[in-house]
Design a protein around this ligand. Structure first.
Ligand code: UD1
Ligand code: UDP
Length: 375
């Protein structure tokens, strides 16, 4: 029997993290030929993850350019990915989430009448400008998908409301839990142990607040407000808390963050971290402040109180579980909510409990068996 040819397209860091378990699972099946294509919409940040999970793309389009516009990136993906569909003639194309890579890969699959499987389908805020451009990217992917791998029942219901046939939606859990389970049992990297010792976090003298932010709708004034809030919090808790912030490489984030927070004593601005050290920081954090999608899910799974620096979230499960709180980007709101949690142990305890809305870490197995079943 000819093998089922499955092409997995990966563009950015979080796609690589969430597709690594799927790529691993595909390779366990002799009846599948697995082809990984990196658009490399991200470069260094993607390479960190590909190396960790030992993923070697068959083709790497190397498309990242400094401060690239959405239109340029989209055009480059169309031009460079399209010929690979002709060359490899895959039966299925898989992509994860809501990046430009996902939207463009879905359209390419449609043009070639290749079946498209959408991993992490059905997330919605209902506001096409938040997150931007992800809400529209995932809706476009959803229009095209032949199978929708929804992480939760809530995501499935969103798709049902949009008229997707129930038989095309498979609730699988989120592959982030598969990835997190693999990584969190690995020993703490030496550089993180040194950092946590040096900052007097490991011995319990001081608390760690982990921060990340990168959303496009926060460029300009909102990211400056976030930074102003961090500065105020850092000054308020100067002896008690160390803020560790691995800063996304997008220049629209780098510039304000370095300018406003570059010389605050108890804020450590780091380069983007590899996934293993980042997970260890999450596990040692007292509190997480983020606008990241993946980190919201990880915080929920790890039971780490997490303030979401956004006006809307497409991940209500963690909010319902009480681990996430949506605080937006206003300085006042961030400072008062974070202060409450740092000052009031009862308030903190109400948020600090793990929840499991994203499945049991077997999402990748479920996705691959559904693809085989749909053969
Ligand atoms: C992208 C996704 C976003 C996702 C995020 C994950 C889109 C439109 N955005 O946002 O949905 O949440 O990735 O991190 O698909 N850069 C580097 N090195 C890197 C990566 C980025 O220098 O390894 C810089 C480059 O100047 C690049 C810029 O960041 O042009 C923006 O990268 P891009 O992929 O367009 O958007 P992100 O903000 O990273
Ligand atoms: N992450 C990482 N190193 C960092 C920051 C984040 O490995 O310095 C991981 C994080 O644990 C999560 C994923 O990257 O799994 C989230 O990526 P990002 O926040 O860039 O994108 P989003 O999830 O918002 O699309």
């Amino acid at each position: 029997m000819t093998k089922l040819r499955v092409m997995t397209v990966i563009g950015t860091r979080p796609e690589a993290i969430k597709l690594a378990p799927v790529v691993q699972e595909l390779s366990r099946h002799a009846e599948i030929e697995s082809i990984v294509v990196a658009t490399a919409q991200h470069r260094e940040m993607l390479d960190q993850v590909l190396a960790l999970f030992h993923i070697q793309p068959a083709r790497d389009l190397n498309l990242m350019r400094a401060d690239q516009s959405l239109a340029d990136l989209t055009a480059a993906i169309f031009t460079n990915l399209d010929p690979l569909l002709v060359e490899y003639q895959p039966d299925w194309l898989l992509a994860q989430g809501d990046t430009t890579t996902v939207m463009a890969a879905a359209v390419c699959a449609y043009y070639h009448q290749v079946k498209f499987g959408h991993v992490e389908a059905g997330l919605r805020t209902g506001d096409k400008r938040q997150p931007f451009p992800e809400e529209v990217n995932r809706r476009m992917a959803g229009v095209i998908a032949d199978l929708h791998f929804a992480p939760t029942d809530w995501a499935r219901d969103n798709l049902l409301h949009e008229g997707i046939a129930p038989s095309l939606i498979k609730v699988t859990g989120n592959t982030i839990i598969d990835a997190l389970n693999q990584i969190k049992s690995m020993p703490m990297p030496a550089e993180i142990e040194t950092l946590l010792k040096e900052k007097r976090i490991l011995n319990g003298e001081r608390d760690l607040v982990l921060v990340t932010a990168h959303r496009r709708e926060s460029f300009g004034q909102p990211i400056r407000e976030i930074c102003a809030a961090l500065k105020e919090l850092a000054e308020k808790y100067a002896n008690q808390v160390e803020f560790i912030y691995p800063v996304h490489l997008n220049p629209n984030i780098q510039e304000p963050v370095q300018e406003i927070l570059g010389d605050v004593a108890n804020i450590s601005l780091l380069a983007p971290l590899e996934y293993l050290p980042l997970v260890h920081l999450e596990m040692h954090a007292k509190l997480i402040l983020t606008d990241s999608g993946g980190i919201q899910e990880e915080a929920t799974g790890l039971g780490k109180p997490c303030l979401v620096l956004r006006e809307r979230t497409e991940r209500p499960e963690g909010v319902q579980a009480g681990v996430l709180k949506l605080v937006g980007t206003s300085r006042e709101m961030i400072v008062s909510t974070a202060s409450n949690l740092l000052d009031d142990p009862a308030e903190y305890a109400r948020m600090a409990h793990a929840a499991n809305p994203y499945g049991d870490g077997t999402a990748a197995q479920k996705i691959v068996s559904e693809i085989l079943a749909a053969r």
